[in-house]
Ligand binder design. Structure first.
Ligand SMILES: [Zn+2]
Length: 210
């Protein structure tokens, strides 16, 4: 089976997010550890599907190997947060949500629109099979083909990059920390898909929150 690939631009944003979080010297260490030294030259800024999805999980694995599991996942979480802003800037995403009426909508509605917008983007660029279900005040974000943990085996959910991306999407959409995100099942632990629970209410203090 041919290896799944995502657009160069998305791989580039991911690398920039990690570099912004840990610094360029440390990024070189991570790339060497992951056997991806050639990525020191970022992929071109275009939407050709040439960036293997498997690179993403190798980077996440290397973060945990170099920094330890706890710290590595915290850094992945922070990189995920950062990627929201890089993506929003680069792709011009979410800008149409920043219109005059959007801030007047209830937080619940804004959260939903933010999540749906992100899901559409990830499905379009990443073929992730994302769908969202809602029950009262909480949402479940399900990823059928998660590129963050692809091929990994872990004892606990490990897609902290995506948790960070979701948390920042919600923060931006609702204008504050009124929603919290937790990964409740993960393909890497043997679950059929990765799933994230989104609750209204501020997140309990957690690693990586600043
Ligand atoms: Zn995953």
């Amino acid at each position: 089976m041919e290896e799944a690939r995502i657009p160069n631009k998305i791989g580039r944003i991911l690398l920039m997010a990690v570099e912004g979080t840990i610094g360029s010297d440390n990024l070189q260490t991570i790339l060497a550890r992951a056997g991806l030294r050639h990525l020191a030259t970022y992929p071109p800024d275009n939407i050709e599907r040439e960036f293997p999805t498997g690179y993403v999980s190798r980077l996440m694995t290397a973060l945990e190997e170099i920094y330890g599991v706890g710290k590595g996942r915290e850094l992945a979480f922070r990189s995920g947060r950062r990627s929201f802003h890089l993506g929003a800037q680069d792709l011009g995403l979410f800008l149409d949500l920043a219109g005059l009426t959007f801030p007047l909508l209830p937080a619940q509605v804004r959260a939903k629109i933010g999540l749906e917008t992100l899901a559409e983007i990830l499905n379009r660029f990443g073929n992730q099979g994302v769908h969202i279900t809602q029950e009262n005040a909480s949402f479940t974000w399900v990823v059928e083909r998660c590129g963050i943990c692809q091929g990994r085996t872990t004892t606990a959910p490990c897609c902290h990059f995506l948790t960070g991306l979701l948390q920042e999407t919600l923060r931006w959409s609702t204008g504050g920390d009124s929603f919290s995100v937790a990964e409740v099942s993960c393909t890497a632990t043997g679950a059929p898909h990765c799933a994230f629970q989104v609750h209204s209410g501020p997140s309990a203090r957690r690693a990586g929150d600043e």
